[in-house]
Design a protein around this ligand. Structure first.
Ligand code: SF4
Length: 249
């Protein structure tokens, strides 16, 4: 009644580690039990005419978090209920382990269209959580904060230092929100495999590069030393360039 009066949302958060005895004794300590827990509370709220809800299924186990979230969404779907879903992998840890867990759990859900808000939980300073959250949203395509890069793993056909090339292109262009650049190892498969990139920076021979606008070849066999500036010129010609300072302003 108080939340209704003040138009305040309620988050129904089910945590794998703290399910009620009643639910656990009936369904075990399972993803299904988690889904039922949240579903029951949502139904109670709905029956009282309160639908200002956000639901979340939290677990430090990625598979359990994913399974329970999917089950909950199926239960709600069957009832024609559609509430925002909050995603998070709790106690994900730190460093690479925490980042991978978060990316799989949160990103996996976003990739199939589930999830409205997210929280990355790392045993690190909070600013780091925000950076990873932004990267997950960018990778899933739900928010675009920076340029996107497509690059191949390189192979025997690669005749230039693609790692250095990618680092150089990223250093110059990563702030260009919405621009997609392919950095590829060879002209045999590179142009075809850089998907829908707006620009291509593709190795064409010993320290030589071809530059593409979409799939159209614009500059052929240019020295690598000149390539990055020529790529920037192409981006400027298209009106897609911004200086970093302009973005900060
Ligand atoms: S794009 Fe070319 S260099 Fe890159 S992995 Fe494929 S074949 Fe090898």
């Amino acid at each position: 009644e108080i939340c209704k009066k003040h138009n305040t949302a309620i988050r129904i958060g089910t945590n794998h580690g703290s399910l009620s005895e009643r639910v656990v004794s009936r369904y075990g300590n399972t993803p299904y039990a988690m889904a039922v827990s949240a579903y029951e509370f949502a139904k109670i709220c709905h029956s009282l005419g309160f639908d200002n809800l956000v639901l979340s299924q939290k677990s430090s186990n990625v598979k359990i978090m994913v399974a329970s979230t999917r089950m909950l969404c199926e239960m709600l779907d069957k009832e024609g209920l559609n509430y925002p879903i909050h995603l998070g992998v709790t106690e994900a840890g730190d460093g690479q382990d925490g980042r991978i867990k978060s990316a799989i759990g949160i990103g996996g859900m976003l990739a199939i269209g589930i999830g409205d808000t997210i929280r990355v939980s790392l045993t690190e300073k909070p600013e780091n959580e925000i950076l990873i959250a932004k990267d997950i949203l960018q990778a899933s395509g739900d928010r675009i904060y920076k340029a996107e890069f497509v690059s191949c793993p390189s192979c025997g056909r690669t005749k230039y230092n693609i790692e250095e090339a990618l680092a150089r292109v990223k250093a110059e262009c990563s702030h260009l929100v919405g621009v997609k650049i392919g950095v590829m190892g060879c002209i045999v498969n590179g142009p075809g495999e850089m998907a829908d990139a707006h620009y291509g920076y593709v190795g064409s021979g010993d320290n030589k590069v071809n530059l593409y606008r979409s799939k159209d070849l614009v500059h052929s066999n240019i020295d690598e030393d000149l390539a990055i500036e020529m790529l920037k010129e192409m981006i400027k010609e298209d009106g897609n360039w911004k200086d970093r300072l302009d973005i900060i302003k």
